[in-house]
Design a protein around this ligand. Sequence first.
Ligand SMILES: [Zn+2]
Ligand SMILES: [Zn+2]
Length: 268
Amino acid sequence: MSIYIDSHLHTGFSADSDTAPALQIERAIALGMPALTITDHQDFDGPPDVMDFTFDTDAYWDALLLLKEQYRDQIDLLIGVELGLQTDIPTDLASYAAANPFDLIIGSTHFCDGMDPYDSIFFEGRPEEAAYRSYFEEELKNLKAYDCFDVAGHLDFVVRYGPNKNTYYSYEKYRDVFDEILKVLIEKGKGIECNTAGFKAGLGHPHPAEAILKRYRELGGEILTLGSDAHVPRYLAHGFDQIGGLLKACGFRHYTVFKNRKPQFLPL
Ligand SMILES: [Zn+2]
Ligand SMILES: [Zn+2]
């Protein structure tokens, strides 16, 4: 049995990784992965006090196309991006997406209320539940506003960073906003990802949590990529041994890999 294809990982093109892309590719080959999608951070127009999460697009293509060719007999290297979604920014994200032949565009919300939820200031002066809700509403706004993505990234990743993490968190508490997010995505023909970094963060569940994965399936959602969100090779495919059973229990029989922004369905 071959290992699931990892469709969310970072390399040194991301501000928060210094991993050479070749090291991620070699790790994937060692794990027996038939394909791999690199998705570095491209977060245009971030808040002024936050690290710059953009990369040089020309340099990205130059480096990754060379590696794609170099490793073509060993692995199908797919070239994606984790595109930061924000409304009211000067950059035209749709034009950027259209101008670049990515295999996969993950649309992620990394900023909210002018802050990065990774920074504890995001939770200061308000209850944790209000901060989480504000983030989920921001995601809804972004996912409604844009079509230039294929799957929504790590829907509930904000719960990694709250003072109590996921202790008091549940799908039911935010059902109204999650249901709207999932319906918007399904209507648009967009998917979600099962992001296993939640296991690495000690939450015991992927992003989003099982109840949301299950709800997405119940509402008719089928497009589901798998991603470890690894920033270093040792976390590539981290948690993938746990998600086959978990996703089947949520009603899925297939997962999705995007090539030229077209979904291909593979058995779980
Ligand atoms: Zn992300
Ligand atoms: Zn990521």
